[in-house]
Design a binder for this molecule. Structure first.
Ligand code: GDP
Ligand code: MG
Length: 425
């Protein structure tokens, strides 16, 4: 049996979905263990092009069981719409290949609304939320003010639990934000339209996973976002509201007994960051536009233009450390093929003038300046290359430079969005 966690090393959108889709060939089970429907995991394979939000990226492989663990923000509305959307493209989603933890907490109708109301209140001080209700959801989860998916099977108890929560939440919705209150009818309609359809997928995935472990099944854990968005170890408060680190996989998946054999950290060949927050290596102007167009850096969930920059060695080394990555999958190397020379951010210059290669405390990020060095470009199309030896020397130098700098071997080099556009070393 082998366990593997696939995580983002940076700010997210590194290409985790693409790597999960590729590597699930060797796995029996894929579990999403944190985050919610604000994810955009793009997968391009023989079945088409998909942007997955909540569904694990193993849904395209026959025989792979996909699990939404207790750590995810389970939004019945988003999930049911996504299931229907993916099904309409010919992908089979049944209770056999999709299982939802009965201990996953439900994202309730007011969470999305509160996300929006709070971002509006913040005006020019927004966190850059995807407005999917993730932050209000997790705060309510830790306040014990939401319901578990398993409660759907107890309609009487659920009804009164939801009513109590709604009365409490309406105090905030109306009193703090001056918005319209939620009603029992709205909740009933929500239950009928989105909760009932997902009930066949809800089960005790914790015991399922422990059985699978006993049967020596290969289990993959799929993370959302990246190390720098981790609630505890990222660029707080511009983080997400869950733990994106591999170390959280045993808890959030429900396999608390998991021994992690391997952590594959996905790193993009340059940097992108969506939303607000300090992004030290950010590029602006024409250079940024060119890179954004070359990499088509627009959010899979929101369509927002992503901020772009050169590969940030300082942030990436930190990401590798906190993720405890054993191997790196370097994605989108093909995107850099147009560059004469390739910028790399090697150090930060802090406000006090100090030069550092250590990722600083979040407060220091706001004023840190990037120190940029240049490497030679390769100036040719590499998207059809499948062997390491065939990569131009300058491209190989770029890859080996990265692994030396961040102290982790690059095991996969991705040169295209399609499943087979990969160089395995
Ligand atoms: P995730 O959130 O980490 O799964 O990443 P996203 O799917 O949000 O963003 C990665 C984007 O890059 C998607 O549009 C992928 O189809 C695309 N992609 C992934 N790997 C490669 C690659 O090696 N080359 C190119 N050109 N595109 C890639
Ligand atoms: Mg994404």
């Amino acid at each position: 049996m082998s366990n593997c966690v696939i995580v983002g090393i940076n700010w997210g959108d590194e290409g985790k979905g693409r790597m999960v889709d590729l590597l699930t060939e060797r796995y029996d089970i894929v579990v999403r263990y944190q985050g919610g429907g604000n994810a955009g995991h793009t997968v391009v394979n023989d079945k088409g092009k998909f942007a997955l939000h909540l569904l694990p990226s193993g849904v395209f492989r026959d025989g792979v069981v996909n699990i939404l663990g207790n750590g995810v923000a389970l939004d019945p509305e988003n999930l049911w719409k996504e299931i229907q959307d993916v099904r309409s493209k010919g992908i089979c989603i049944t209770p056999e290949n999709l299982k939802i933890s009965n201990r996953a907490s439900l994202l309730l109708p007011w969470h999305r609304e509160l996300d929006e109301l709070e971002e509006l209140r913040l005006a020019d001080k927004q966190y850059g939320s995807t407005k999917q209700g993730i932050a209000p959801f997790y705060s309510d989860k830790y306040q014990k003010k939401t319901v578990l998916a398993g409660e759907l099977f107890y309609p009487e108890e659920l009804k009164s639990h939801l009513r109590d929560l709604m009365e409490w939440k309406n105090l905030t919705v109306t009193g703090v934000y001056g918005a319209e209150p939620f009603t029992a009818d709205m909740l009933e309609e929500w239950f009928r339209a989105f909760c009932e359809p997902i009930m066949p997928f809800v089960c005790d995935t914790g015991s399922y996973l422990r059985e699978a472990q006993k049967d020596n099944k290969n289990i993959m854990f799929e993370a959302q976002l990246g190390a720098l968005r981790d609630l505890d170890f990222g660029i707080y408060p511009y983080t997400t509201s869950s733990n994106t680190l591999a170390a959280y996989a045993p808890i959030g998946s429900g396999l608390t007994t998991a021994d992690i054999d391997e952590v594959i950290g996905v790193v993009k060949a340059y940097s992108t960051c969506v939303g607000e927050g300090p992004f030290v290596c950010e590029m602006f102007g024409e250079d940024a536009d060119r890179l954004r167009e070359a990499g088509f850096e627009y959010g899979a969930k929101t369509g927002r233009a992503r901020r772009v920059g050169p590969l940030d060695i300082v942030a990436t080394r930190y990401g590798v450390e906190v993720q405890n990555a054993s191997r790196i999958a370097l994605t989108k190397l093909d995107v850099l093929s147009y560059m004469d020379k390739i910028p790399v951010c090697t150090h930060y210059r802090l406000k006090n003038g100090e030069l550092t290669d250590r990722f600083p405390f979040p407060t220091e990020l706001e004023t840190a300046e990037p120190v940029i060095e240049y490497m030679e470009g390769w100036k040719c199309d590499i998207s059809n290359i499948r062997n390491w030896e065939e990569l131009p020397e300058a491209a190989r130098n770029y890859v080996t430079y990265i692994e030396d700098a961040v102290k982790c071997p690059v095991a996969f080099v991705s040169v295209g969005a399609e499943r087979e556009s990969i160089i395995i070393r």
